[in-house]
Write a protein that binds this ligand. Structure first.
Ligand code: HEC
Length: 138
């Protein structure tokens, strides 16, 4: 566990890094179809969760939405249902490995996500837990 001070230190670094790469790319990010608000979101992600955020966007974001806020294909994971006391980290690993039978919502089942190593799922969980804490879900 990092201390609060370190976390905010890393936060500032991540913001500086993202700002630098966003400006250096001569509009590259926008040309790739990345909306500006995604860039703003990634600028706020602490450096230790940047990789988790990238993995989340790639593998989970199509259904669970930007910053895990949900879409019409899947629920928000920044939600009291998925607080650590209700769905422990193991539930995330199980969801990825075996899929999820619809039970809380009406989006239908979640199919397994094959080929994602446990270490990547851990990074994704770290990012989602951080989003939850930011939203006051503990
Ligand atoms: C194709 C759409 C889709 C994708 C992609 C997807 N999910 Fe889901 N996920 C769902 C739906 C739909 C549910 C809700 C099931 C229900 O009704 O409870 C769900 C539920 C979950 C749950 C709750 C599990 C439980 O025990 O209730 C977790 C955790 C989860 N997803 C994590 C992930 C992670 C992590 C990824 C990316 C690696 C991901 N999902 C990718 C659609 C998706």
């Amino acid at each position: 566990m990092t201390t609060r001070v370190t976390r905010y230190g890393a936060h500032a670094l991540a913001a500086a890094f993202v700002a630098a790469s966003a400006c250096g790319g001569s509009g590259h990010a926008a040309a790739d179809g990345f909306p500006a608000d995604t860039l703003w979101m990634s600028a706020a992600v602490p450096v230790e969760h940047v990789e988790g955020a990238r993995l989340f966007d790639e593998h989970c974001g199509a259904c669970h939405g930007r910053a895990a806020s949900g879409t019409d294909r899947g629920p928000p994971l920044v939600h009291a249902f998925y607080a650590p006391g209700h769905h422990a980290d193991a539930a995330f690993h199980l969801a990825v490995a075996r899929g999820v039978r619809a039970h809380h919502w009406r989006f239908g089942d979640m199919a397994p996500i094959p080929g994602l190593p446990g270490s990547d799922v851990e990074r994704i969980v770290g990012y989602v837990r951080w989003l939850q804490r930011e939203a006051g879900i503990r």
